[in-house]
Design a protein around this ligand. Structure first.
Ligand code: GRG
Length: 300
């Protein structure tokens, strides 16, 4: 499929991912109706689908096909969705709303929300494992993808980042502590997505290393941009002055280094990430480079 702009590319692939996610639990499987409903409620809640799009973009950049990348693209969105459901629970962030609608536990109760998260996490591994049989990707490559998924989502990855964040609520004193949280809570699933796409496309070790550097950098940039939007978002929507002193008190990147330096950091990280991709001679890097710029410029 040929998409003229990066926006069309994102929209086109997001629509495909939506269709695939909607069908990810086979209709003939006997699954308790409330579990199916609760999983679907959060999976189909209109996220940006950035992680699955990165799996596909990295696969295509390495001469792989979007078709072959689709099951792993869905798998990473399932892991992301489980993490959001669990993060919103009363024992963690205790949020009532996510993506403009009631959180999963507000709709279905805490117990079902916990189990829907668990089911999405396990089903992600099912989806990833099927890549081999459905698309003829070698078992070695699929095994490496599955190993990465467990590593980047698990104790040394996203869950580790979440726990560090929880411990940090008592008060972070150093930028390095915040960076550890961002790198694991946010960057790790992005790094996974890019490396998984690369593996499916047949990337060399050097190219996988470049995808890792790219993912670490744009993941950190993505999170700093999130921190910036958290400070300026409401004010800029209302056309008011940029700075909200109350929000500057939250321990985020702007809290440590200020808004201007945070914006500069987003630019630098994005450029360094893009350079890594260019240097590694990835066969068709254009969409990855455009995605990095798109993420840096996003306003929501
Ligand atoms: C509970 C194990 C566990 C982990 C939770 C993802 C997460 C870790 C917490 C959510 C809070 C948060 C701000 C995490 C940082 C990562 C991030 C920016 C998530 C939001 O991702 P988007 O913007 O969300 O891609 P959408 O809604 O578009 O999918």
């Amino acid at each position: 499929m040929c998409y003229p702009s990066i926006k069309d590319y994102i929209k086109g692939h997001a629509e495909r991912i939506e269709r695939e996610l909607a069908a990810c639990l086979p209709a003939e499987w006997q699954v308790p109706a409330v579990l199916r409903e609760s999983m679907d409620y959060s999976l189909m809640a209109g996220g940006k689908r950035m992680r699955p799009i990165m799996v596909i973009a990295a696969a295509e950049a390495c001469n792989g096909s979007a078709d072959a990348a689709l099951p792993v693209a869905c798998a990473v969105e399932m892991v992301h969705t489980y993490s959001l459901i669990h993060d919103d629970l009363p024992a963690l962030d205790n949020d009532d709303y996510r993506r403009g609608r009631l959180t999963n536990h507000k709709m279905f109760g805490d117990a079902t929300a916990i189990l829907a998260g668990d089911a999405l996490l396990t089903h992600a591994f099912f989806a990833a494992a099927r890549t081999a049989r459905q698309h003829g990707i070698s078992a070695d490559r699929v095994l490496a993808v599955i190993e990465d998924l467990a590593e980047y989502a698990g104790p040394r990855g996203m869950v580790g980042g979440q726990v560090a964040d929880m411990l940090g609520e008592q008060g972070l004193t150093k930028l390095e502590e915040l960076e550890y949280i961002h790198l694991h809570k946010t960057s790790d699933l992005i790094v996974f997505s890019l490396k998984a796409g690369g593996r499916i496309g047949g990337a060399t070790e050097r190219q996988l290393q470049a995808l890792e550097t790219f993912g670490t950098n744009i993941g950190l940039a993505f999170q700093i941009q999130d921190d910036i939007l958290d400070v300026v978002g409401d004010a800029s929507k209302l056309g008011k002055a940029v700075r909200s002193d109350e929000k500057m008190q939250k321990v985020t990147y702007p809290y440590f280094i200020g808004l201007d330096a945070s914006r500069q950091k987003v630019k630098e990280l994005t450029e360094q990430g893009k350079e890594a991709i260019v240097r590694a001679e990835i066969p068709d890097p254009e969409r990855l480079l455009q995605l990095a710029d798109y993420l840096m410029q996003r306003d929501h």
